[in-house]
Design a protein around this ligand. Sequence first.
Ligand SMILES: Cc1cc2nc3c(=O)[nH]c(=O)nc-3n(C[C@H](O)[C@H](O)[C@H](O)COP(=O)(O)OP(=O)(O)OC[C@H]3O[C@@H](n4cnc5c(N)ncnc54)[C@H](O)[C@@H]3O)c2cc1C
Length: 217
Amino acid sequence: MSAFLVDRESEGFSVAMQLEEKIGLFTSDTAMLELNNCRVPKANLLGQPGKGLRVAYSALLNGRIGIGAGCVGIIEDCLNSVTERSKSRVQHGKPIGKHQLIQRHLANITMNLEMARWPTYIAAAEKIKLDADPENLELRNKVDLQSAIAKRVASKLAYESADLAVQIFGGFGYSLLSPVARHLCDARVARIYEGTDEIMELKIASLVLGKDFEAYN
Ligand SMILES: Cc1cc2nc3c(=O)[nH]c(=O)nc-3n(C[C@H](O)[C@H](O)[C@H](O)COP(=O)(O)OP(=O)(O)OC[C@H]3O[C@@H](n4cnc5c(N)ncnc54)[C@H](O)[C@@H]3O)c2cc1C
């Protein structure tokens, strides 16, 4: 299997379906692409011939770590937004940050940030080692496991944190004019693309149990 760059003007290339009216990621287009008897010049080969799977695989590992990092950013921005809001929004005679249950939400977002950050750092550090030693199968499996854990954990916590942040913002949090509502919409897709929650869990289990136990093929 080899990887190629495909020019969208190539004969046989088409956009089969445009994903319309998405609930988040408003600044990026999403479409299903179809390649039907599409001829690609040799010069468009990406990497070495026969090593395409490695290109795809490496892109997935980087992608999962990147999504983990993006989710850490979402949690961090939720925390900044709710900290500011908790101090400035006054209800029942005091800033909402002085209400104990708001403090609990804020504490949970703070803990989520730490819980999402570390698996993502570990996966990134292991991937740097793998890039320097790409034939090391043991290391590859380790990065596979760590990046699946990072993505699964960080996307779950980002979604939960954005939900808590919307709660702290109250009615305004339900509007896309608030930063936290946009985070809620954007975080949701992190549990779908580059490997769904379910596939990440099956991957984690099979990497622990061994290849004979792969349940997602
Ligand atoms: C905004 C957006 C951007 C995207 N960008 C890209 C991109 O840049 N490149 C790209 O290649 N793709 C991209 N995707 C596609 C994305 O990776 C897929 O949507 C995702 O992998 C799920 O595949 P699916 O939609 O076909 O769902 P399905 O495969 O139909 O899955 C439906 C449900 O069944 C579960 N399921 C499926 N198979 C199994 C199994 N074997 N065991 C257990 N559960 C299973 C899934 O986890 C899910 O819950 C994007 C999607 C979105 C929404």
